[in-house]
Design a protein around this ligand. Structure first.
Ligand code: PGA
Length: 246
């Protein structure tokens, strides 16, 4: 399987022209040996989508209902047929911290699968849990999987993408130990396989950069990366893509 690298631009950059320029430059680096997804803010999806020839387009969230009276929400229906979005990040810890619950996340995962979008479900434990030991972190993550995939069973044949992002590693500059993340990836795959979710792909996220990407990709259970800050810096992101090529 090709590695999957997802650029999570969060609320960046500040203007559509800059988004287009960065997307063009990233797209130019994408070969057939790696899958790359660019997830810009909603207002830039159309413009970025227009310039991508090799990379795929992703959204950073979506609403679970179709069209209707949902002020401020963006429905899957607007994303997929109209904007050609193929992937959607769901349950990022930055959204959870703003009030997104496991129930909302479970509905989003279900709706994404119905819509034919590839959901990238983010899970990961806070520092205080990890400080109780690795098994506490595994328990926390398994509990998230149980709640967030609560409605996903009927779609078990759909490719499942889980991004393991320990919260303390996100945006901190200090990534997890690749060996521990690989062990978590194995535990996530085991959990999914036991519930007949086939073809689970596990990404690592949290301060991935040029300097540490190879160490993560050396682990056979880490199938790619979800990259925040470094995906906005062309030189950094180019090195991550190069490291991901098999
Ligand atoms: P980071 O963000 O790479 O800036 O740590 C990762 C993420 O939030 O998905």
């Amino acid at each position: 399987m090709k590695r999957l690298i997802v650029a999570n631009w969060k609320a960046n950059p500040d203007a559509p022209g800059r988004a287009e320029l960065l997307a063009r430059k990233i797209d130019y680096l994408v070969s057939k040996k790696v899958d790359v997804v660019i997830a810009p803010p909603f207002p830039f999806l159309e413009r970025v989508g227009r310039v991508l020839k090799h990379a795929k387009l992703g959204a950073q969230s979506m609403f679970w209902e179709d069209i209707g009276p949902w002020t401020g929400e963006v429905s899957w229906h607007q994303l997929r047929p109209h904007l050609k979005v193929q992937y959607v990040i769901i349950g990022h810890s930055e959204r959870r911290s703003l009030g997104e619950t496991d129930e909302m996340i479970a509905k989003k995962v279900k709706a994404a699968h119905y819509a034919g979008l590839k959901a990238i479900l983010c899970v990961g434990e806070p520092k205080k849990i990890r400080s109780r030991g690795f098994n506490a972190a595994v328990g926390y993550v398994e509990n998230q999987l149980k709640r967030d995939l609560a409605y996903a069973r009927p779609f078990a044949n759909y490719p499942f993408i889980i991004a393991y992002e320990p919260i303390w590693a996100i945006g901190s500059g200090k990534a997890d130990d690749p060996k521990e993340s690989a062990e978590m990836a194995r535990r996530i795959k085991k959990w999914c396989a036991a519930r007949s979710f086939k073809r689970t792909q596990v990404l690592y996220g949290g301060s991935v950069k040029a300097a540490n990407a190879r160490a993560f990709f050396a682990e056979k259970d880490i199938d790619g990366a979800l990259v925040g800050g470094a995906s906005l810096v062309l030189k950094e992101f180019a090195a991550i893509i190069r490291a991901a090529v098999r």
